[in-house]
Write a protein that binds this ligand. Sequence first.
Ligand code: GSH
Length: 206
Amino acid sequence: MIVHHLNNSRSQRILWMLEELGLPYELRRYERDPETMFAPAELRKVHPLGKSPVLEDDGRTLVESGAIVEYLVDKSGGKFGPPSDRDGQLRYRMFLHYAEGSMMPPLLIKLVLSRIPIMGKVAMKRIQPMIDVHLDYVEAELSRRPWFAGDDLSAADVMMSFPLEAARSRAGLNESRPSTIAWLERVQSRPAYQRALEVGGPYAYA
Ligand SMILES: N[C@@H](CCC(=O)N[C@@H](CS)C(=O)NCC(=O)O)C(=O)O
């Protein structure tokens, strides 16, 4: 397997998942343009979207973090897949989609607005309450169970790691939401997470 990895990006969680699963992979690194933060053009040669992560395996080129983590669950015979109870399965599926589908968009809007002088600052004030609704929801969920789907770490946690790391670095996630911070600490202290950091190189959100 080849992982196309961009610094400070969502592909860090794919490295974490691969380290958890103990699957061998080759890493290809790409650096963001320090001005624009865009990925380099070479990534478009790998996939037309030119984004990261991209996973190549068995002659296939896969994109979308959620689809990639589900592929890895399948490949490893269900490891880090859904729990056995129905409610846990539904939570697993929901958070797997929620991470990119609902939680990332306002965080990304905030990041973009933060780069626009004056008017951006005004608009950012409108976005923060939307992010707070997500953070409160996540806090309530994590106060009920240790991991997003249930009692065990799953691919849903892998997916949720990036939005929550981004929220801690730029959208006010702090100790006022103790269950979420405790979850982040549990994630980041895992040996596989630490190995993924060593492999991936500098990562601003850990
Ligand atoms: N929903 C996609 C998002 C992919 C994405 O936007 N990746 C970012 C990295 S965090 C990227 O490659 N940005 C560089 C660019 O847009 O040029 C996923 O989860 O894989």
